[in-house]
Ligand binder design. Structure first.
Ligand SMILES: [Zn+2]
Length: 107
């Protein structure tokens, strides 16, 4: 678990750098439904929370999902799962869910 936290952080750093987005705080803690979420207000994302013990879809995928929220919240104030979101999520998953950092993840 410790190992994965470090890798998820590394992956988040890498995505932020590649995408040119501002890093929000990344927390590992218990999260309800879904196992990951982000805190935001208006167009500002404050933090991303990931519960490594609950995500069954893979940590890299969960992170891509939250980063997609972060990008769309920041650009449009859009926190929904609409078409634009799905497109952004897919783009990120394609670009990062299988990169060399993500492949080292256990979850
Ligand atoms: Zn979501």
């Amino acid at each position: 678990m410790e190992h994965d936290m470090i890798l998820v952080k590394e992956l988040y750093d890498f995505i932020c750098k590649s995408e040119g987005i501002k890093k929000a705080s990344l927390y590992f803690k218990r999260v309800g439904k879904g196992g990951a979420c982000c805190s935001y207000s208006g167009k500002k994302v404050y933090s991303i929370q990931i519960d490594l013990s609950r995500i069954c879809i893979g940590a890299a995928y969960a992170l891509c999902h939250e980063v997609a929220h972060q990008i769309l919240i920041t650009s449009d104030g859009n926190a929904t799962h609409n078409k634009a979101f799905k497109k952004e999520e897919q783009r990120l998953v394609k670009a990062y869910a299988n990169c060399s950092i993500a492949r080292k993840l256990i979850f």
